[in-house]
Each structure stands twice: as C-alpha cells, then as structure tokens.
Design a protein around this ligand. Structure first.
Ligand code: MLT
Length: 329
C-alpha cells in the first residue's frame, strides 16, 4: 500500500471515529406517564430533532418520573447532569419566580391566551429569565389544558363543599396561597408521590388537566371532578443551558426549530383530544360538575387575595397589567 493510500485510509478512519463519537443519545425526563401532553411533545420533539440532525442524534424519553421529581429535574439540568425535561410550569416557578405570572389564578382564560403569552414577547422574556435564574432554557411548550379539581369524597361545587378536604398541590407558593384563599390548607407534595398518596387516602384530592388526570389513571383512585379551571397548565420543554451551550451551532438550531414545531403540534394535539378524553373520564365513572354561580366566589377570593401577594416576585404589578392588556383585558 502506498503512503498516500495509507494516509487516505487513516483520514477516513479518523473521520468515522469522529462521527461515531459525536453522535449522542440525549436523555429527556417526563414527570407524567406515557400518553399525555408531555409524552406527545417529547416524542414529536425527539422525532423532529433526529430528522434535523440527519439521524445522528437521538433522544431517549424516561416517563413517569423515572429520573426524579419534576423539581429535581430542574436542578439536574441546571448542573448539566440531565439534558432535557418536560414539566409543569408550576414546578419551575420556585427556581425562577417571574414565571409565576403564568400561574397566577384566572389570568389565562383560554388556549388562545396561553399560546399568545408563551409564543409572544412575554414568553421570550421568561425564556431569558429562566436561563438567568435556573440555568435551563425553555425550547418548547406543551399546552395541557385547564387544571380541574379531582377528589374521592364528594361532588364539590361551592367553597363550602371544599372545606375539610385534604388537597395535594405542587410545591408552589402561588397554588398553596390560592387554596388558602379558598379556606383550606393544602398539602404540598412532589408530583411523583401523588398517585400513591391518592390511592392510600393520604390526600383526598388534587388538581390537574383532564389529559394529565387521564394519562396518570387518576380515575382509578378519584371519583369527582370540578371544572375550577383556575390555572391553564403549561408544560415547558427545557434543556440544560450548559448542555445547550456545548452543542455546535447547527445542533442548537435543530433544537430550537424542533422545539417550535413540536409546540405547534401540541396545540393541534390538545384541540384534537381534550373533548374525547373528558368523555372517557366520564365513561370510566367520574362525575364531572361545574362550580356553582359561574365560579364567582372562587375567582373573587383567589384573585383578590393572591394576585397582590405576588406582584413583587413576578416583576411588579406593571408586569401583570402588561399581560392582561396583551390578552385584551
Ligand atoms: C403537578 O401537579 O405537579 C404537575 O402539574 C404535574 C404534571 O407535570 O403534569
């Protein structure tokens, strides 16, 4: 073999070795079980990202809190030991309080509101804030629907009906304060522990969207649903900022583009599935009711007691006013 063909072979071997070494399987944590909005966003993102990197990079999903509670995954991503996570926005708020503007009760009143806020100026600012405060970058959003109250005890229509119940809430101050405004002291608990706590009767109820309640099979341990619709559940897809910065420009571009496209897919998914999932929960024996008197007492108590408490943490009252104005209110 000539020297030239030898060096040609060597160059080819080196190139192959580089290609092999560079191909990566990223890990993505999901708090929910397979089959809900988190799973839908995650699988769509993985498919798009794989295609955009020419099949080189893959993403492996770990559903059902296998990689830790949702709040733990923020810590792990911040230090770069986890690549991606899809989690409820309320589980990011403790790390980046300005995100709380999206969890204030009754601010978001429709899917359109949710899309407008996350995909517009407000969303862009929150992306910057979470990078700064929490070391994670939001690259996509799952739209999971309004959080509704479930419980195993009795139909709840009024605040009187709610009294005495033990309700699990995420470890999120705004949600805790909302239940306190409604006259009950809720039990803050990690998402990963919630099913067992409902099953064992440690807590009587919790709130999450129809799609999440369905994916988590809560109909096996809960009987009643009340459409309190106080928070629209937004579930961002985050990537560790350290991992993001480690990627080549074309991989970063693939991540951002796949995130945008998977977000649009999430809008289509909720529109196509939420109504039939609600029907299926009823078919599985859940009794669904609306709050009495157009929710007035629920809305009034929550907004007057909770909003002012959190003006400082969300960036001032002006921030909430800006959001409400954007939403035409
Ligand atoms: C929670 O209640 O902690 C979250 O909404 C769970 C989720 O991510 O679906």
């Amino acid at each position: 073999m000539t020297l030239r063909s030898k060096s040609g072979l060597l160059a080819l071997a080196l190139l192959l070795a580089m290609t092999t070494v560079e191909a990566k399987t990223f890990r993505m944590a999901l708090g929910d079980a397979q089959g809900g909005t988190q799973w839908e966003l995650g699988t769509k993102f993985a498919e798009l990202f794989n295609a955009k990197t020419g099949g080189k990079h893959k993403i492996r999903l770990y559903a059902n809190g296998q990689l830790g509670s949702e709040q733990d995954t923020v810590n792990d991503a911040a230090i770069g030991t986890l690549d991606f996570s899809v989690l409820a926005i309320n589980n990011i708020t403790p790390f980046s309080p300005s995100v709380g503007v999206l969890t204030l009760p009754y601010v978001i009143q429709s899917l359109d509101d949710a899309v407008k806020l996350t995909r517009g100026e407000v969303g862009k600012e929150l992306v910057e804030n979470t990078i700064r405060d929490a070391g994670v970058r939001i690259v996509g959003w799952a739209y999971s629907g309004f959080r509704v109250l479930t419980n195993s005890k009795r139909p709840v229509k009024t605040l009187d009906d709610l009294q005495g119940m033990v309700i699990r809430v995420p470890k999120n101050e705004i949600m805790i304060a909302t239940y306190q405004a409604w006259g009950v002291n809720p039990t803050p608990m990690a998402w990963a522990e919630t099913f067992a706590a409902l099953q064992q009767g440690v807590v009587d109820g919790q709130d999450n969207p129809y799609i999440t309640n369905h994916a988590m099979k809560f109909y096996e341990v809960q009987k009643y649903i009340t459409n309190i619709r106080y928070i629209f559940s937004l579930e961002p897809l985050i990537i560790s900022e350290a991992v993001f910065q480690d990627q080549k420009t074309e991989v970063q571009k693939a991540i951002l583009e796949a995130g945008q496209e998977a977000t649009l897919h999430s809008v289509a998914y909720i529109n196509a599935t939420e109504a039939s999932i609600k029907q299926d929960l009823a078919a599985k024996g859940m009794e669904i009711s609306d709050p009495a008197n157009d929710e007035n007492e629920w809305i009034e108590k929550a907004t007057t007691a909770v909003w002012p408490k959190y003006y400082d943490s969300i960036g001032g009252k002006a921030k909430l006013d800006q959001v409400l104005k954007l939403l035409g209110r």
